[in-house]
Design a protein around this ligand. Sequence first.
Ligand SMILES: C[S@@+](CC[C@H](N)C(=O)[O-])C[C@H]1O[C@@H](n2cnc3c(N)ncnc32)[C@H](O)[C@@H]1O
Length: 216
Amino acid sequence: MEEADAIVGYKTYVELVKDIIKDKEVVASGMRKEKARAEEAVKLALQGKCVAVISSGDPGVYGMAGITLEVADGKVPVEMVPGVTAATAAAASLGAPLVHDFAVISLSDLLTPWNKIMSRLEASAMADMVIVLYNPRSKGRPDHIKTAREIILWHRDPQTPVGLVRSARRGKEEVTITTLKEMLNYEIDMLTTVIIGNSETMVKNGKMITPRGYDV
Ligand SMILES: C[S@@+](CC[C@H](N)C(=O)[O-])C[C@H]1O[C@@H](n2cnc3c(N)ncnc32)[C@H](O)[C@@H]1O
């Protein structure tokens, strides 16, 4: 970002990095404008500018990396800069819930059919994977998280530990450890990442731990 001539991003994220970007050229737009942002970034790059396209967390995890590469289509070089994704940021705040195999599923059906999301939920639950849910609830789909929980409960004990982390590492972080049975009694929104343990995940000294299998 410091090296860039122009910054392109979702307006909330541009706001979060305003101290770094200072008075650089900024192209900020709202949700669902990802393709337009990528097109704008490529247009600026074709003018010879160094452009930073920003995402939250890691750009390659439900971020701008894919659409930017698709739109750039080899016309300009694109470099990926890895970041800390919400799953690992949330995990660090909860303890060590992702030390064994895990699946990451977004509950947003804007670009993915809901049937496919449900089948991925069931397959992951059946395979006893720890499950990380991104985009767990929005105004447009308040009930997806309820359905997701019901599907997971077909294969998992109601007492399975569940971690909820809201606004991880953004100054107003909220961390809750609960169970599959109780999780809906807590606020879950678009700023929350949900981590559902596997059959061995436990809570010890206030931390969520998925054992790797060591003899302790
Ligand atoms: C479109 S995805 C973007 C993910 C992002 N590229 C990443 O790697 O973290 C948005 C979802 O990520 C999760 N998320 C992003 N930032 C978060 C944070 N600071 N705390 C908790 N969850 C977060 C939420 O589930 C949110 O609905």
